[in-house]
Design a protein around this ligand. Structure first.
Ligand code: CP
Ligand code: NVA
Length: 316
């Protein structure tokens, strides 16, 4: 049994498989082909933070695969009344086949997984957001891959430069893990005090040399990039820091000038929800280089491939 708690939980070979399956599963959806490999299976979704995309993509995706979904939040379950996470894990995993959790600390999801009988998926923690990066990479491959075969997926990422402009948050940490594993480079630019934490992304392991570079000026991070990406200045759970962050992040707004120093065919991505005029200007997110709506839709297709893989393993 496998869990998907962070991007580094899977190998490059597993990602190659997942990207290929996501393309096949997306094709079935687009042609209205019924595909019910998870009939009679149930996904439990636990949300301790708000969500639009994660909820809709997992819920719609599971129904499309023939399964069903149970939706729990802190407020409407015993999770909000201090039932130990270990007990919740034992109980929920006796009645369902798969669990997706969006919560605060990574330690909480790790503890849940330790006591779960079924695979657990990270739907966002303070530290990581692996499902989002899975969708982002699939979207990049769709737009920039050339050969269209399974091997194309990974080769299209190798040697590329992704510019991360903004907070050293859950998304940034996950980009670092992906770059280390899949052979591209992340140019990270954050305000002072909001840097990425290498220990968090890589633990005691030495990352691949050159998998990320730090730039104090976001313009320098964007120079020559194949993909420019950012995220909200204040992530969920950090709302008390909102005013301080607004001041600190004022220069970390992706605008037309930053896009102009990236490659001319550079894509723009944002995991959403976005704040136009804060971390990104409207003419960038609503402009021709932006692929944010494909990125959002692809959450569903890649997560269907992920759920299929966790429950059924590799299909021939
Ligand atoms: N990108 C993302 O995870 O969006 P939601 O918070 O709406 O789920
Ligand atoms: N970094 C953001 C992502 C939201 C999808 C947050 O954690 O709130």
């Amino acid at each position: 049994m496998k869990h998907y708690l962070q991007f580094a939980d899977f190998t490059a070979d597993e990602y190659q498989y997942l990207f290929a399956r996501a393309a096949i599963i997306k094709g079935k959806f687009k042609s209205y082909e019924k595909y019910h490999p998870l009939a009679d299976r149930t996904l439990a979704m636990i949300f301790e933070k708000a969500s639009t995309r994660t909820r809709v993509s997992f819920e719609a995706g599971m129904y499309q695969l023939g399964g069903s979904v149970v939706h729990l939040t802190t407020g409407d379950s015993q999770l909000g009344r201090a039932e130990p996470i270990e007990d919740s894990a034992r109980v929920i995993s006796r009645m369902t086949d798969l669990v997706m959790i969006r919560t605060f600390g990574q330690d909480k999801i790790a503890r849940f997984a330790e006591y779960s009988r079924v695979p657990v998926i990270n739907g966002l923690t303070n530290e990581f957001h692996p499902c989002q990066i899975l969708a982002d990479l699939f979207t990049f491959i769709e737009h920039r891959g050339s050969r269209g075969d399974a091997g194309d997926a990974l080769s299209c990422l190798q040697g590329k430069v992704v510019a991360w402009v903004g907070d050293g948050n859950n998304m940034a940490n996950t980009w670092l893990q992906a770059a280390d594993l899949l052979g591209f480079t992340v140019h990270v630019s954050t305000p002072g005090g909001y840097e990425v934490d290498e220990k968090l992304a890589f633990g005691d392991r030495q990352p691949r040399a050159g998998c990320y570079k730090v730039f104090s000026n976001p313009m320098d991070a964007c120079r020559g990039a194949d993909l420019v990406t950012t995220d909200v200045w204040t992530s969920m759970g950090y709302e008390a820091e909102n005013e301080a962050r607004k001041k600190a992040f004022a220069d970390w707004c992706v605008d037309a000038e930053m896009m102009a120093v990236a490659r001319s065919d550079a894509l723009f991505m944002h995991c959403l929800p976005a704040h136009r005029g804060e971390e990104v200007m409207a003419d960038v997110i609503d402009g021709p280089q932006s692929v944010v709506w494909d990125e959002a839709e692809n959450r569903m297709h890649v997560q269907k491939a992920l759920m299929e893989y966790l429950l059924l393993g590799r299909l021939a």
